[in-house]
Design a protein around this ligand. Sequence first.
Ligand SMILES: Cc1cc2nc3c(=O)[nH]c(=O)nc-3n(C[C@H](O)[C@H](O)[C@H](O)COP(=O)(O)OP(=O)(O)OC[C@H]3O[C@@H](n4cnc5c(N)ncnc54)[C@H](O)[C@@H]3O)c2cc1C
Length: 387
Amino acid sequence: MIPRTLFSEEHELFRETVQEFVQREVLPYHAEWEKAGVVSRDVWRRAGEAGLLCTAIPEEYGGQGGDFLFSLVVAEELMAAGATGPFFHLHSDIVAPYILRYGTEEQKLRWLPKMATGEAIGALAMSEPRGGSDLQRIETVAEPDGDGWILNGKKVFISNGQLADLLVVAAQTERGAGARGVTLFVVETDTPGFSRGRPLDKIGLKAQDTSELFFSDLRLPPDSVLGEVGQGFAQLMTELAQERLIQALRSIAAAESAIRWTIEYTSEREAFGQPIASFQNTQFKLAELTAATTAQRCFIDRCVELHLERKLSAVDAAMAKLNATELHCRVVDECLQFFGGWGYMLEYPIARAYADARQTKVAGGSVEIMKLIISRSILPERVWRRP
Ligand SMILES: Cc1cc2nc3c(=O)[nH]c(=O)nc-3n(C[C@H](O)[C@H](O)[C@H](O)COP(=O)(O)OP(=O)(O)OC[C@H]3O[C@@H](n4cnc5c(N)ncnc54)[C@H](O)[C@@H]3O)c2cc1C
C-alpha cells in the first residue's frame, strides 16, 4: 500500500489516544444512542477533557493549538469505527472556525473556550424546508430592531440540532439582494423565541440528532452578527471547502473500514465448502475497491496538503467530496453483498455503514452541486450562465 506521508509521529500518537477514547467512551454506548436518536452530553464533556474537541483552535481560546491534521485524526477515527453519532468534526472544525475567523475578540473569548471543553455544543444552520442547495434563497429573516435584530424562520436537517447550545445561522438581512443579502449570526439556544423539533427519523446516522429548528421573534443583540452584514454567503462559500474536505476524508476512512470488515468476514465465512474470499469474484471485487480507495486516498491527502498551504480551491474540495462520497456509497454497497443476508441486518457494522453512507452524497452540498461547481470552472461562462 502507498504509505501516507501527511502525519507526524505526534499525530500518530494522538491517533492512539483517539482510538482508545472511541473504544472506551463511544462504542460501548453507541447502540443506546442510536435508540435515543442522540448521543449523551457526557461524551462531549469527556471528549473535551481528553483534548479531542477544537484541536485546531489556538490555546488562547481554549483549544489544543494543533494543526488541521489533529482534527482529521479525530474525524477519521470516529468514522473508521462506524461511530457516526458524535459529530465532533462539525463542532470543532466547521462551527468553531467560523467564530475563529469571523468573530470579534469578544465573541471568540465568549464562545470558543466553552466549545473546547464540550460545555457548549455547536451547530451550523443553513438548510431550510424549502431548499438547501440554493443558499442565496434563504428565507429565515433577520430584521433590524434598535441596535439588534429580530430573527424569524425555520431550519431543517441541522446536525447536532438537539444538543446545540450555539448556532451559526444564515439569515436574510436584505430581501431580494441574493448573495449580498445573507448574513451569519451566532444564536445561543437559551434565547427566548428559539425552539426545536424532535430528532428527525432518518434511514441512517441513527445516533445523530439531526433536527428542525425554529426562530420566532427571537431578539438578537448587535454583537450576534458574525463578521460583516451581507457577507454571509461569501463566508459560507469560503468555509464550505474545509467542510467538504473533511467529509471526503471521513468517506474514505469509512470505505477502508468496510473493505477491512469484508476481508475478515469472507475469509471466515464458507459457502460450497470454501471461504467466500477464495472465490475469484470476491478477490477481484475487493482488489478493485482497494485500488479505487487507495487512489482516492492519495488524491484527498494531496488536497489536505494544499489546504494546509491555504491553496485548496472550492473546485478542488468539490472534486474531493464528489469522488469520495460516490466511492464511499459504492464500496459499502458492494461490500454488503459479500455478507449475504447478514449484510442486511443492523447488528452487522456493514449494514449500519450502508445506511449511514447515503447521506454523504446529499449533506454539505449534494454531488450535483459539486458537479455544478466543477463544470463551471471548466466551461466558458456563456455556456452555463442563465440569461
Ligand atoms: C443527515 C443530514 C445532515 C445534514 N446536516 C446539515 C447541517 O448540519 N446544516 C445544514 O445547514 N444542512 C444540513 N443538511 C442539509 C443538506 O446540506 C441539504 O440536504 C443539501 O444541501 C440539499 O438540500 P435539500 O435537501 O434542500 O435539497 P434540494 O436543494 O431541494 O435539492 C434536491 C435535489 O435537486 C438537486 N439539485 C438542486 N439544485 C440543482 C441544480 N442546480 N442542478 C442539478 N441538480 C440540482 C440536488 O442535488 C438534490 O439532488 C443535512 C442533510 C442531511 C441529510
